[in-house]
Design a protein around this ligand. Structure first.
Ligand code: PGA
Length: 254
């Protein structure tokens, strides 16, 4: 059985390398005996070098964004090529907080293609801003997948993880948390879309994880009732105690 994937999205936190090191090191204790989970910490670029030196088993590193270009005159950007040469294997792509800054599906797709070219595993975030009774949120997610995965071959999809993050469930101001059943419905729908784009086998090999207000209290339900392949976690990934709990609960669920 594939290991559950737990991805920490630290966003623009913490504010010092000392704290970043402490949070990162605290994971090593919990993962030591966790055979069924694999952790990826997506930290701010400025911390990646130091965290990499800590070299914790079963914990990998990722960025929260990449450029659409490999190199050149692009002030403030970091490329997938730089990450590859530096040995960072993962990147979050198309997070809703970046989409809110203006990234559209076409832009997200350019990043996906760039990540694939550089053998970086993408965590492609999709999710609607709001739910409606007519089911428009379903076609919204379908469009994000069709356009975000444009020109991605069947072979390449192995290097992409899909994170379903309904925007309304993210962050401390979230209206409410999604239910495991809402996630399950969406993950079945996402697999159907991928099956139509590629084939059934491919659709069933893709990891689909849930993100948006994941806490120790709802971890078990998303895994058992929601059948999630893992999580993308914001706030609780910065709290070693809560993150540790999420990891050990996940490790126990087969
Ligand atoms: P949250 O963030 O866990 O704080 O809701 C999730 C995310 O934005 O990836």
């Amino acid at each position: 059985m594939a290991k559950k994937l737990i991805i920490a999205n630290w966003k623009m936190n913490p504010s010092s390398i000392k704290e970043a090191g402490q949070i990162f090191s605290s994971i090593s204790e919990v993962v030591k005996d966790s055979k069924n989970v694999f952790i990826v910490v997506c930290a701010p670029f400025i911390f990646l070098s130091d965290l990499k030196k800590k070299n914790i088993k079963k914990v990998s590193l990722g960025s929260q964004n990449i450029s659409i270009d490999n190199e050149g005159a692009y002030t403030g950007e970091i490329s997938a090529k730089m990450l590859k040469n530096f040995g960072i294997p993962y990147s979050i792509i198309g997070h809703s907080e970046r989409r809110a800054m203006g990234e559209n599906n076409e832009f997200v797709n350019k990043k996906i293609i760039m990540a694939l070219k550089n053998k970086i595993i993408s965590i492609l975030c999709v999710g609607e801003n709001e739910r409606d009774h007519n089911g428009f949120y379903l076609s919204f997610v379908k469009k994000q997948l069709h356009e975000g995965l444009a020109n991605v071959s069947k072979m390449q999809i192995k290097n992409i993880v899909i994170a379903y993050e309904p925007v309304w469930a993210i962050g401390k101001d979230a209206g409410r948390v999604a239910t495991p059943e809402e996630f399950l419905e969406m993950s079945i729908y996402i697999r159907k879309i991928i099956s139509d784009m590629y084939d059934f086998k491919t659709a069933h090999s893709v990891q689909i994880i849930y993100g948006g207000s994941v806490h120790p209290e709802n971890t078990e339900a998303f895994l058992s009732r929601g059948k999630s392949d893992g999580f993308l976690i914001g706030r609780d990934s910065l709290n070693p105690k809560k993150f540790g709990k999420i990891i050990s609960i996940t490790n126990k669920i087969k």
